[in-house]
Design a protein around this ligand. Structure first.
Ligand SMILES: C[S@@+](CC[C@H](N)C(=O)[O-])C[C@H]1O[C@@H](n2cnc3c(N)ncnc32)[C@H](O)[C@@H]1O
Length: 224
């Protein structure tokens, strides 16, 4: 973990040791190394293996509308939250820590667009979407996904919010423009502030219980 921290700047000491051990074992198996000491030496001689270990630790599985029941429940609460912002004339600000390649943040953006589409005076909306994985953040900014994502949402949403690009689909500009992606570590960097909503899904489960409270800071409504 020291070597991963030195190379990537990210500290995994707050992660569940059982998860870290499983991930370490997987990398060691792939390299056919059976002794921890030998793997340490291998890491010293092969810095690119440290990058692979980092990718192994962060676990980037994600999807649009993952856990649909949770999104259904949130969509029932969104009108009231957005109305509050509209009434005060303030920007509606949401934060999605651990956003991976953008699917969760764009799911939230789609639900917000659906909610305010026919409002006469909708609030301005800004979604901050962050992750430790810089490569994932770059993909998220582009917003291009395989056509197979259509299995996770209705045809109407696919038609309304995506356009076909060769054998992929790309999220439309009106949704892309309200999401700001940035590299950020919930355990090391200061939290975002002045928020109306945080959605933080499938990230806290990887952290030790005493570190789960350390992130993501003061939370008005956390949908985790
Ligand atoms: C399993 S994915 C979940 C992605 C998305 N939230 C979802 O539910 O579909 C976990 C994400 O958390 C990110 N992550 C892990 N540790 C993090 C940390 N300390 N700060 C910010 N993001 C982190 C990983 O890079 C990964 O993209």
């Amino acid at each position: 973990m020291q070597q991963v921290r030195n190379r990537t700047g990210h500290d995994f000491s707050g992660y569940k040791i059982s998860t870290i051990n499983r991930r370490l074992e997987r990398r060691m198996d792939l390299q056919r190394i059976h002794e921890p000491q030998a793997y340490l030496v291998y890491l010293q001689d092969h810095p690119e293996e440290i990058d692979l270990l980092f990718q192994e630790f962060i676990i980037s599985v994600t999807n649009f509308f993952r856990d649909p029941h949770a999104w259904l429940s949130l969509s029932e609460q969104l009108p009231a939250l957005l109305k509050q912002a509209a009434q005060t004339g303030q920007e509606f600000r949401a934060w999605v820590p651990g956003c991976a390649t953008g699917e969760e943040a764009y799911t939230l953006a789609i639900l917000i667009q659906e909610c305010i589409a026919d409002w006469e005076q909708p609030p301005a909306v800004r979604i901050f979407a962050t992750d430790v994985d810089q490569t994932a953040i770059e993909k998220a900014r582009v917003g291009r996904y395989p056509r197979s994502i259509s299995q996770f949402m209705s045809e109407t949403f696919m038609r309304r919010y995506f356009s076909a690009e060769n054998d992929t689909v790309r999220i439309g500009r009106e949704v892309r423009d309200i999401v700001v992606f940035a590299e950020h570590n919930v355990l090391q960097d200061p939290p975002f502030t002045n928020l109306d909503l945080i959605t933080c899904r499938n990230l806290m489960i990887y952290l030790e219980r005493d570190r789960q409270g350390a992130a993501p800071g003061t939370v008005p409504l956390c949908f985790a």
